[in-house]
Design a protein around this ligand. Structure first.
Ligand code: PMP
Length: 281
């Protein structure tokens, strides 16, 4: 596997990062994750804009859009991905600096940029049958709109879900649902599809954005509003969205069955709209 690290293309085994890298010491960095459909990067501009937003909020620089595309294309060639679907992981940190000081380094520091491509594993059976979820307190910081590499509360929440025999943790803050540990959450009641509005407590998910567009374009009622915890437990249908998750029906929350433990009809319609849409892109 050939990766891109600090202006070099090199085998993963030969890639080294300094122990002084602020990504390692402070989780001082941002990341982005995107994928292809039909061997074309899906909603590249949206992902690029989110990376730029996250980076700029933290005073980090991003490469130009053309430059980033060029690097990804080089990786596609070097890793023989040109006829395959793949995902792209991009991480930018503030780089290595000594002594270890909280404040941003002034001069001695160059950002670290890491990019790799991976194969995509299918969601198959989970997205057909639906998954179990649990509710957990949202322990994250107040800037979840930034796609920061500081993911410990997300990691803890996902692990708790796995240990509870569930696939995702749905997070709650002050009585409302925010999002999942690595997904956005939608609930449906009386044919109205709802998801938490964008705020500093929610990531501006690209799949979320696509689903909202699809609902609007196909006359499905869609509402961006705060969802109470009781509403999620009494929802007619629930689904999760994400780049690797796609559209994943939820059939159980904290042991409570949703739609008698089956993926809902509107969720299935949205799944179909989504798969039709990505085929055209
Ligand atoms: N929320 C969080 C916390 C996430 O990590 C992700 C995955 N990046 C999402 C939502 C979904 O975002 P997207 O649809 O852009 O993958």
């Amino acid at each position: 596997m050939i990766i891109f690290l600090n202006n070099k293309y090199l085998p993963l085994e030969e890639a080294n990062i300094s122990p002084l890298d602020r990504g390692f010491l402070f989780a001082d960095g941002v990341y982005e994750f995107l994928r292809t459909y039909n061997c074309k990067l899906f909603r590249f501009d949206d992902h690029y804009n989110r990376l730029k937003y996250s980076a700029e909020e933290l005073g980090l620089a991003v490469p130009g859009k053309g430059n980033l595309k060029y690097i990804i294309n080089e990786l596609v060639t070097k890793n023989h991905f040109s006829t395959k679907e793949y995902s792209v992981y991009i991480q930018i940190t503030r780089g290595a600096s000594f002594p270890r000081l909280h404040k941003f380094p002034v001069a001695d520091c160059e950002q670290t940029m890491l990019i790799w491509l991976s194969n995509i594993s299918s969601n198959g059976i989970e997205n057909e049958n639906g998954v179990k979820t649990i509710l957990l307190k949202d322990l994250r910081w107040g800037r979840c709109d930034i796609k920061s590499i500081s993911l410990l509360p997300n990691v803890m929440a996902k692990q708790k879900a796995v240990e509870s025999n569930a696939v995702e943790a749905i997070l709650m803050r002050e009585g409302y649902i925010t999002e999942g540990s690595h997904t956005n959450v939608f609930s449906i009641k009386n044919s109205v599809v709802s998801t938490a509005p964008l705020s500093n407590f929610v990531l501006n998910g690209i799949t979320r954005k696509v689903v909202i567009e699809l609902c609007k374009n196909h006359e499905l009622k869609i509402s961006e509003r705060n969802i109470l915890i009781d509403e999620i437990l009494g929802a007619d249908e629930i689904f999760l969205t994400g780049t690797s998750t796609e559209i994943k029906p939820v059939v159980e929350v904290n042991g409570v069955e949703i739609n008698k433990g089956l993926p809902g009809e509107i969720t299935k319609i949205i799944q179909h709209l989504f798969y039709d849409y990505v085929k055209e892109n």
